[in-house]
Design a protein around this ligand. Structure first.
Ligand code: GZL
Length: 347
């Protein structure tokens, strides 16, 4: 009996079995590897998909960066709609152009964003593009300034300030201040530096002053020019006004940056202003710089206009996501500041 042969044969059979086992084992290992890879790929895909599902895309048409207020407003939106919080914020700076804002909204519609937020540079001319957003099923939230439209189905909600009430607060303060000074019968010469024309901020604050002018025969409008909510433009127009008249008792500036420009022009003309000055300076926004100037007595009254709308817009979106109906209009509570009310800590 051929042991060796048998042995060889047996060895051969063993080797074949070992080979089959090795092949089988390798196959099982490879299949397990592939399965693991496929599962992790699936998991990754689903995670990515989940992430994609969770990330909410917000198209934000900001009107510009003309003032400290506007910059704080933009920062509030950027601080709220962060990647960590599950958002992708697409912000477009229109640099004061309504045309650019309309183009931005159309672009957001094409990109199928989840929500559009609009800070409208002016009140009119929005019907067509807002209807396009509505008809595309993209909820649109108006923030800060307003759009004037008969059809309030054109936007989902608005959040901001009551600008006319801000103007009325300034006028009420001026009435009381002049009374305390024993000047309620004296002719008061008022210079009015307006914000960007046809913006709801300008329209509201101007309406407040106009009510005051109508109610006080001794209040005279010495000049009314547009300062475009900027320091540079307000300086220019105030400088030119002072070339025509130096009889100025009050300057009503529709935002802090305009007040800073007016201060430059008054300094150049050698006129004093503020708490201990000849000219009463009224301003709006109560930005950090504006409140500091007020605390220093350079501005007699600073009317608050709160820019921190990011969280307020997010609250509206959260309600909509939860299937709730947010208020159509949400007004921000605001106050006014005089020098003696202010400290470093408060600012
Ligand atoms: C007011 C806002 C105005 C600020 C200005 O809500 O729209 O625009 O008062 C800003 O500072 O430029």
């Amino acid at each position: 009996m051929k042991i060796s042969g048998t042995k060889d044969h047996k060895n051969g059979r063993d080797r074949k079995r070992q080979y089959r086992q090795a092949v089988f084992g390798t196959a099982v290992f490879l299949m397990a590897l592939m399965l693991t890879a496929c599962m992790s790929e699936k998991r990754e895909a689903s995670e990515t998909e989940d992430a994609a599902q969770e990330t909410m895309v917000i198209g934000f048409s900001q009107l510009g960066n003309e003032s400290d207020w506007r910059i704080a407003n933009t920062e509030s939106m950027e601080d709220t709609f962060t990647e960590e919080a599950g958002y992708e914020l697409l912000m477009d700076d229109a640099r004061q152009s309504q045309e650019k804002q309309i183009a931005a909204i159309r672009n957001f519609i094409l990109r199928e964003v989840d929500y559009i937020v609009l800070a409208p540079v002016v009140v009119s001319g929005w019907e067509e593009v807002l209807a396009e957003a509505r008809d595309a099923g993209v909820p649109l939230i108006v923030m800060d300034r307003r759009v004037e439209t008969e059809d309030d189905s054109l936007y989902t909600a608005w959040v901001g300030s009551d600008m006319k009430a801000e103007g009325e607060r300034a006028v009420q303060w001026l009435e009381e201040y002049l009374k305390e000074q024993g000047r309620e019968e004296e002719e008061i010469s008022i210079v009015h530096i307006q914000g960007s024309l046809n913006s709801s901020a300008q329209l509201g604050r101007t309406a407040g002053l106009d009510e005051g002018l109508a109610a006080h025969r001794n209040w005279k409008l010495a000049a009314r020019e547009c300062g475009e909510f900027t320091q540079a433009k307000a300086y220019e127009v105030m400088r030119d006004i002072l070339k025509v008249t130096r009889k100025v008792d009050v300057v009503y500036c529709e935002n802090d940056n305009e007040a800073f420009g007016v201060m430059e022009a008054l300094d150049e003309a050698g006129l004093t202003y503020g708490k201990d000055g000849d000219v009463i300076l009224i301003s709006f926004d109560a930005t950090e710089a504006g409140l500091t100037a007020c605390m220093e007595g350079l501005i007699n009254l600073n009317v608050e206009c709160n820019p921190l709308h990011g969280p307020r817009v997010e609250k509206i979106i959260s309600m909509l996501e939860a299937g709730e109906t947010p208020p159509k209009e949400s007004y921000v509570e605001e106050t006014v500041f005089e020098p003696e009310m202010l400290t470093e800590e408060l600012i």
